[in-house]
Design a protein around this ligand. Structure first.
Ligand code: GRF
Length: 219
């Protein structure tokens, strides 16, 4: 069977990209990364991709008059690479309607908070400042809003009393690296069905049982 071809968009260090590269290599994810595109010439993600022998492409948004022109160029590269699924992995640009229409229900994102709480930027600090006892990460389909699309998978981590934003981000990243490959594998297996706001997974995985309490109930 033809493997799902991923087009990964990343602006930063690329630890999520690395988890996808590793998951493809060890067979947890039966997909191949067709291309890695970055808007940032200095992105660590480009280095990681090159090291893994993956095609890379830098499209600097500063070279374009507006968002639509930039997105048009990105979509062209994705098409040339025969991308089936667009994977946003720390891509720090808002994508336009033109882009979304080019890949309907075929763009996914990972966000370092438990949506719908804390969409947008600097969300680890926001969770701490708000006094949340838990935060986490969310894999979701991308729609026209900012971090509003149907949710595929989430992971929860506790927020500790003395956490800095960096501490919390690191704890969340560990879980991001687990759920992103898993969510993409579900997509690759054609098991994700969008019904309005909800994503139904068929056949259904075992239910997640058990609650967490922070602080614990005793002591
Ligand atoms: C991650 O926290 C991701 O959730 C957010 O941007 C960060 C990217 O990190 N969208 P990395 O570049 O994958 O290390």
């Amino acid at each position: 069977m033809k493997k799902l071809r991923l087009g990964v968009l990343a602006s930063g260090g690329g630890t999520n990209l690395q988890s996808l590269i590793d998951s493809c290599a060890d067979g947890r994810l039966s997909a191949e990364i067709a291309i890695v595109i970055s808007n940032n010439p200095g992105a660590g993600a480009l280095e990681r991709a090159a090291k893994a022998g993956i095609e890379t492409c830098c499209i600097n948004h500063r070279d374009f008059a507006d968002r639509t022109a930039f997105d048009h160029s990105v979509v062209q590269q994705l098409r040339d690479a025969e991308t089936d699924l667009v994977v946003l992995a720390g891509f720090m640009r808002i994508i336009s309607a033109t882009f979304i229409e080019a890949y309907p229900q075929r763009i996914i994102n990972i966000h370092p908070a438990l949506l719908p709480a804390f969409p947008g930027l600097h969300v680890q600090q926001q969770a701490i400042d708000y006094g949340a006892r838990f935060s986490g990460c969310t894999v979701h389909f991308v729609d026209a809003g900012v971090d509003t699309g149907p949710i595929i998978m989430q992971a929860v981590v506790p927020v500790h009393e003395e956490d800095t934003a960096e501490d919390l981000a690191a704890r969340i990243l560990v879980e991001e690296h687990k759920i992103y490959p898993r969510a993409i594998q579900l997509f690759a297996e054609n098991r994700l069905h969008i019904e309005g706001r909800r994503v139904r997974i068929l056949p259904a995985p075992p239910p997640c049982n058990g609650a967490m309490h922070n602080p614990g109930l005793e002591g």
